[in-house]
Design a protein around this ligand. Structure first.
Ligand code: FES
Length: 693
């Protein structure tokens, strides 16, 4: 196997490889049975999947989620999306250079009638919201069908190696996302009234109230639901800058898919654009996979994600450049460097502040848009429809779970079940879980000696696992509003810390340490959570410890390494440290500062290739020209420039076209929006006629 595979990971199990052979441009390559073709190609070092028919520009993966068509390749003569096509032995795979051509048909196809299925509730999406809704419906015995385009349930949960924030009672807080996915899927499987179709893509809602689903990639089924729940999640927003479509520029979700689902080391050196939770978490996941994270830019003066996520990255040695933007991704056939610059108060790059960094991958994590086209069409066509999770409002997965639970109850009521109103405490919990990070208040650092936890957690976010594991009840958050910062109240209670380390272990932000000053005047023992290779640190090793802001406090000796079933893949390192720094220690430096050194000179990309529509390679300049000529209708822009006419159906460029209007000074209320029409996903035409293989 290629060395681009991840062969060990601190959190994820590595399955035994089942090698299969396929060909790429006539060359025999090895992949693994059942993995997506995109993963097999990446693992073999292939990042350019084809050339665009308009200008020959290299095309690579962008969403890894079936939403765009950038990863299209030719398999056995037919175009397919590499990210949605499972590898099979003997596949003959070619790049899509230009437009695909239909192969000669050996014989006329046979056709079968299209099946029609009636269900009480159809749920599109087996992510946290869809599964949580299905559990509520299953409890009531309501006939429910879930369809999902992936090969396993869980949605984006299957990419999340970190423990979840939120409420322990409401949404499995303190449990890793990958494990929540397994639990939710297990819960759903207990209810016989709920059926799940995996590898099944919903492609549109039609005016007769039917929902078209392509099952297993080939069988077309029309579903007639009494109620439709759209739990389709969110798609990543795109960004315009020079070189923005080079292979190696892709969404953070795509990166997490390649790394955490497909176990492919998708980059050597990574740069991230966007300091929301998605970008911050992607950086952490990259470090866990052994990938260097060169830096992260955020245009705002502060990162929008949780401070504890930001602090994890900073502690490990990743610089965060706030009030900065990406100027260009540079390279010929793929990313070789990125150039960033400071921004002024109008978000313009400030000349003279440019810096370039060598990297092979640039992640775009600038926010998410709800995948809500199914919901809007359903409503337009009079179908009784609900939306849950990110398809309703983009928020954390914990909020998605709870919103699914509420929709489940609402759907049951709509179907005539006497379930009553949604309890007010559910509504309140949903509101809390949806909330954005709040004020930064205080860290809890007990004074005096003895043994105590230090809560390096100073921002109001919905999270309470630390309170649930303290057997003494010494960590307090008002259960009425778990957004409050935790307080250590042992002294008020007359309790003493027993040193169980459970709070250190469970904190999703890795923001709790345990300080033990009982051994002497000068030296304290400090327990630090660590989610990296436990085999890489041993008692007696010297490690560099840092404070919350990543400032180096010194080099200290490891006294103990604790990892076992009870710590659930978190390693608890105990270090011996001078008492003066003991309470400030928040983590270990993981990456050498030299990784983030800028290049000696900044790289200027001369080509003015700021692309808005990737599918049709339409530039910002072309779109602004028609806006400046007076066009105010997005549909007309499509007709004139082809922007939005591509395979993804405008899912990637839609919001960027609206941005072009804003940048031209056109108020959006003067703009006629794009009219989305089914199909929302590309489908081989023969599928509609029930074409048989
Ligand atoms: S990016 Fe796909 S249609 Fe524009």
């Amino acid at each position: 196997m290629s060395d681009r595979r991840i062969t060990s990971h601190p959190i994820l199990p590595i399955p035994a490889p089942v090698p299969v052979t396929f060909t790429w441009q006539g060359r025999a390559l090895q992949g693994q049975a059942g993995e997506m073709l995109s993963a097999a190609l990446f693992a073999n070092g292939v990042r350019t999947f084809g050339r665009h028919p308009k200008n020959g520009s290299p095309q690579g993966i962008f969403c890894a989620n079936g939403q765009c068509a950038q990863c299209t390749v030719i398999v056995n003569g037919l175009p397919v999306k590499a990210c949605m096509t499972a590898l099979e032995p003997g596949m003959v795979v070619e790049p899509l250079d230009g437009l695909p051509a239909l192969p000669e048909a050996a014989a006329a196809k046979a056709f079968a009638p299209v099946e029609t299925v009636a269900v009480n509730c159809l749920i599109i999406g087996a992510g946290p919201a869809g599964l949580s809704a299905a559990v509520e419906l299953g409890k009531l015995g309501i006939q429910t069908l879930i369809v999902d385009d992936k090969d396993r349930p869980g949605g984006k949960l299957v990419l999340q190696t970190h423990r979840f924030f939120g409420s322990v009672n409401a949404c499995y807080a303190g449990t890793r996302g990958i494990d929540i996915a397994t639990r939710l899927a297990g819960d759903v499987a207990r209810y016989p009234s709920v059926t799940t179709w995996l590898n099944s893509t919903a492609i549109g809602v039609f005016s007769d109230g039917k929902v078209g689903v392509v099952r297993d990639g080939r069988e077309y089924v029309l579903i007639t639901p009494r109620v439709l729940l759209v739990a389709t999640g969110a798609r990543e927003k795109s960004l315009t800058f020079k070189g923005n479509t080079l292979p190696g520029v892709y969404g953070a979700g795509a990166f997490q898919t390649l790394v955490n689902r497909d176990l492919v080391r998708a980059a050597e050196r990574l740069f991230i654009v966007g300091g929301g939770n998605v970008g911050l978490i992607a950086g952490y996941h990259a470090l866990q996979a052994g990938i260097e994270v060169v830096g992260l830019v955020e245009a705002l003066p502060e990162c929008g994600g949780y401070n504890v996520h930001r602090d994890k990255l900073v502690r490990m040695g990743v610089p965060i450049y706030t009030s900065h933007t990406v100027v260009s991704a540079n390279g010929t056939d793929g990313v070789e460097s990125v150039t960033i610059a400071a921004v002024d108060d109008k978000w313009r790059a400030v000349l003279g502040t440019e810096r370039s960094f060598a990297c092979d991958t640039l992640l775009i994590a600038v926010g998410l848009d709800p995948v809500n086209e199914f919901y809007h069409k359903a409503r337009e066509f009079g179908v009784t429809a609900f939306a849950a999770g990110d398809a309703d409002e983009v928020a954390e997965a914990s909020a998605a779970m709870f919103s699914g639970k509420i929709r489940g109850l609402e759907i049951a009521r709509t179907l005539g079940h006497a379930v009553g109103e949604v309890p007010p405490d559910w509504v309140r919990t949903a509101e809390i879980l949806r909330s954005r990070p709040g004020a930064v208040t205080h860290e809890t650092v007990p004074s005096g000696g003895g043994m105590f936890p230090v809560l390096h957690c100073s921002q109001e976010i919905p999270c309470n696992p630390c309170t649930s594991v303290c057997e003494q009840g010494s960590i307090f958050i008002d259960e009425g509003d778990i957004r409050h910062v935790p307080d250590y109240i042992a002294e008020q209670l007359g309790h003493e810390c027993i040193g169980c380390e459970k709070c250190v272990n469970i904190c999703p932000g890795l923001a709790i340490t345990l300080v033990d000053m009982r051994k002497g005047e000068d030296v304290a023992l400090v327990t630090i959570p660590y989610e990296f290779d436990k085999g890489a640190v041993h008692p007696g090793d010297v490690v560099t410890v840092v404070d919350t802001a990543g400032e180096v406090l010194g080099n200290v000796e490891v006294a103990r390494v604790r990892a076992g079933k009870a710590t659930d893949r978190t390693v608890l390192l105990k270090v011996r440290a001078p008492v003066e720094i003991a309470t400030r220690i928040a983590g270990l430096r993981m990456q050498e500062p030299s990784v983030s050194d800028p290049l000696a000179h900044y790289v200027e990309r001369l080509e003015d290739d700021v692309i808005v529509c990737r599918c049709e390679q339409v530039t910002m300049g072309e779109i602004k020209a028609v806006i400046q000529a007076g066009v105010r209708d997005v549909n007309e822009i499509k007709a004139l420039t082809r922007a939005g006419m591509g395979a993804c159906g405008s899912k990637t460029c839609g919001s960027l076209i609206m941005r072009a209007f804003r940048e031209c000074g056109v108020p959006l209320d003067e703009v006629t929006a794009n009219v989305p029409r089914p199909l929302f996903i590309e489908v081989p035409l023969g599928v509609f006629a029930g074409a048989q293989d």
